[in-house]
Design a protein around this ligand. Structure first.
Ligand code: URA
Length: 216
């Protein structure tokens, strides 16, 4: 699979461990939610590298003045969890980005046609210039939901080059579509799986991420 966009699969023992816990069909819902929180945290940590804007300053230590690098508070950071499953990654992302604005996007797919529709949209009318946008979507499967989310975000001024997507499991159909339309995008995922079954589930995947996270 040749892609124009960049897909990062961090080689990190904590990410691999929590992915294994999330994949295991015997993992109870409460532990599955913990695994998603941890994956949200570590994938956000990886995505923040070279993406969060910083500024150079000087600070006074108890002993001397020295130069320091701080997060630039003037540049807005937005987190967009795609409901429902994206909510499971939010706690982990928010720990690292406590000042980010959270814009919920509810997208559901019809289980027969697999077509997505947006039932909740809390995005702002317009994203401020330079806004960093982090999308939380654990399963990049058919691409329907994420392409709908990207269309809504870019229509409001979101710059694909400043958008990072965090997913837990990504599959080629979604990656191909994103790459064709948004070649400057960056994705951080715990794993890339082979493909989908006839119902649009990723195989081996981890099942229905929303159902498993919320025990429904
Ligand atoms: N959504 C899920 O929750 N799981 C999949 O495998 C695909 C889409």
């Amino acid at each position: 699979m040749t892609l124009q966009l960049r897909v990062y699969v961090p080689d990190h023992p904590l990410i691999k461990h929590w992915l294994a816990v999330a994949r295991d069909a015997n993992t109870p819902s409460v532990l599955f939610k913990t695994a998603m929180t941890e994956l949200g945290r570590w994938l956000t940590y990886e995505a923040a590298r070279h993406w969060l804007p910083t500024l150079e300053a000087t600070v006074q230590t108890p002993l001397a003045e020295c130069s320091a690098t701080l997060i630039d508070p003037e540049v807005p950071v937005a987190v967009v969890p795609i409901l429902r499953a994206g909510l499971a990654l939010l706690d982990g992302a928010q720990v690292l980005l406590p000042l980010a604005s959270i814009y919920h996007l509810g997208i559901v797919r019809n289980e027969e046609t697999l077509q997505p529709s947006c039932y909740l949209n809390k995005l702002p009318e317009q994203f401020a210039c330079e806004t960093r946008v982090l999308i939380l979507e654990p399963m990049l499967a058919t691409g329907g939901s994420i392409m709908t989310a990207m269309a809504e975000i870019t229509r409001r001024g979101g710059d694909p080059a400043l958008i990072r997507i965090i997913s837990v499991v990504a599959a080629p159909p979604a990656l191909r579509q994103l790459s064709e339309k948004y070649p400057s995008l960056n994705i951080y995922t715990a794993i890339i799986d082979e493909g989908l079954n006839s119902k649009g589930y990723i195989v081996p995947g981890l099942g229905d991420a929303g159902d498993r996270a919320f025990g429904t």
